[in-house]
Design a protein around this ligand. Structure first.
Ligand SMILES: Cc1ncc(COP(=O)(O)O)c(C=O)c1O
Length: 404
């Protein structure tokens, strides 16, 4: 069933402030049940984890529930969900852990489509190990990552392939299943950055073939915390750096220090919120998530097409190339305007859209646009309204007419 946009928007109290949000790729607003869950934990008797007394048992439950929620969201096992403060910190953790077993002669493959969070940690881990890094190029004219550009770099020496499920700059989605299969065929692991993809489509890490899948809750209506999901047996085979007295159980041994119980409760609430986007979706939470995210994707893509058509019709707006089948994110520049000036002029009109490289460092470097300010980015999310798109297009029509 199509989502009811008015009902969806009413779940986001911050929308009443009246801003027009095209900044979801940098972080979405938080749904009311998420804010309530976070505040609820902060107000309640929740102790550190313990089985001895009820407030300690509540903390245990909060962690277990959050693991189960993320597992439902991405199609993994609850025992394979590791939480961390951000996708970046989790990727550093996994790269440092895996990198300890690499040596000269081993190879790692990264791509120029990826956010730097899925590039630099691997390069640095490879450098420490004396391993070789191979970098897959983007086809800049189409904004795609041709599968052969990645698989052509994979060989018997490859230990890890790091690839994004969707570009946070231009939305394009590589063929992750084909890339992961090529990695698996030579015994390499595939680390998939799902930060930009997860909010915009149903996710199944089994179908993707991802050995690791990282996602950040603040990109899908949740709080600032992230999760990395892998098979429990894979985590169990790895030894991270850790404190002597901290739990040696897996996946707990990958989570350093005391978890943020309030944010974990927010994660569960965010997943419940996503599962409720299509009120007609029924079945298990996993089934409701698949139905609701498919409905949200259909809604977002219809609106995104309207946005792209609106931008295409403005003289002086140039969109960076990307395929039609992408996450609903577009990067563009107004001829003769610095992207930051465009972003600030939009900001004066209450329209939130980032300018820069958004850490898609390799992509913007390859495009030759980093030194001149990158591009403005507009990202549609399930709470974006048609009125928001009209407001952005009208504002850009005005800005394209005057030099800044
Ligand atoms: C595609 C992608 N990967 C990774 C990250 C980094 O996420 P975090 O802020 O959780 O480290 C971002 C953040 O914008 C992103 O968009």
């Amino acid at each position: 069933m199509p989502i009811d946009i008015d009902a969806v928007r009413s779940a986001y109290p911050a929308l009443t402030e009246g801003y027009c949000h095209f900044d979801g790729a940098a972080g979405t607003l938080v749904a009311e049940p998420v804010a309530a869950a976070v505040a609820g934990v902060l107000r309640a008797a929740v102790a550190n984890r313990s089985t001895a007394f009820a407030p300690g048992r509540r903390a245990v439950e909060i962690v277990d529930e959050a693991r189960a929620a993320v597992a439902d969201l991405v199609g993994g096992a609850a025992g394979g969900v590791v939480f961390g403060s951000s996708a970046t910190s989790l990727t550093y953790l996994v790269s440092r852990t895996l990198g300890r077993s690499w040596g000269p002669g081993d190879e790692v493959v990264v791509t120029r489509l990826d956010h730097d969070a899925n590039v630099r940690p691997w390069i640095q881990a490879a450098e420490r190990a004396g391993a070789t890094v191979r970098v897959a190029d983007v086809d800049l004219a189409t904004g795609t990552l041709p599968t052969a550009n990645v698989t052509g770099l994979i060989n018997e020496r490859t230990r890890l392939v790091a690839v994004t499920a969707a570009s946070n700059a231009i939305g394009s989605r590589p063929d992750v299943p084909a890339i992961a299969a090529a990695a698996r065929a030579v015994g390499a692991l595939c680390y998939v950055d799902g930060v930009h993809a997860t909010p915009h489509q149903p996710t199944d890490i089994g179908t993707l073939g991802a050995d690791f899948y990282v996602t950040s809750a603040y990109k899908w209506s949740g709080p600032h915390i992230a999760a990395c999901v892998a098979a429990p047996e894979l985590w169990a085979s790895l030894r991270p750096e850790k404190l002597n007295p901290s739990s040696d159980a897996s996946p707990d041994r990958f989570e350093h220090g005391t978890p943020s119980f309030e944010l974990l409760a927010g994660v569960t609430a965010a997943v419940e919120h996503l599962a409720s986007l299509d009120p007609a979706a029924t079945g298990t939470r996993r089934e409701r998530l698949l139905g609701s995210l498919a409905a949200a994707q259909a809604y977002e893509m219809a609106l995104f097409e309207k946005l792209v058509a609106g931008l295409a019709a403005i003289d002086g707006v140039t969109m960076l190339p990307a395929p039609a089948d992408r996450a609903p994110t577009v990067a563009f520049r107004i001829d003769g305007q610095h992207p930051t000036a465009t972003s600030e002029a939009l900001g004066e009109q209450g329209i939130c859209a980032f300018a820069g490289d958004y850490y898609a460092f390799e992509y913007f470097t390859a495009m030759g646009l980093r030194d001149s300010g990158g591009a403005v980015r507009a990202s549609v999310y399930h709470y974006t309204g048609e009125g928001d798109v009209d407001r952005l297009v009208t504002a850009l029509q005005g800005l394209a007419r005057r030099p800044l």
